[in-house]
Design a protein around this ligand. Sequence first.
Ligand code: ZN
Length: 104
Amino acid sequence: MASQNIYSRKISPKEAKEDFIFVLKNKLPFFPPIGTNFELSNENISREVMVKSYPCTCRGPDRPHEHYFISWKGLEAGDKIEIAKDSESKYNLQIKYGFREVFD
Ligand SMILES: [Zn+2]
């Protein structure tokens, strides 16, 4: 199914401010293993990135867990991104602008 070859989401204010793209836990298998470099290209920009994790207590101190993300600069809240898998180590990032007014 084509939808399994694309990771898409809408960028939140937190992601835009801190220059990263959240990776939902159930979508981890779509990406190379945590800490493994891969190439992410957006138009004429190509960057070496990796999925990283950080500990989080957003569900309360009794429920520590990990969140996963890819660092990427230049995103704005409300942008829609689509990451497509070209090969095991090459991914393509599409950014769809024009939804920014939602968070004004
Ligand atoms: Zn959390």
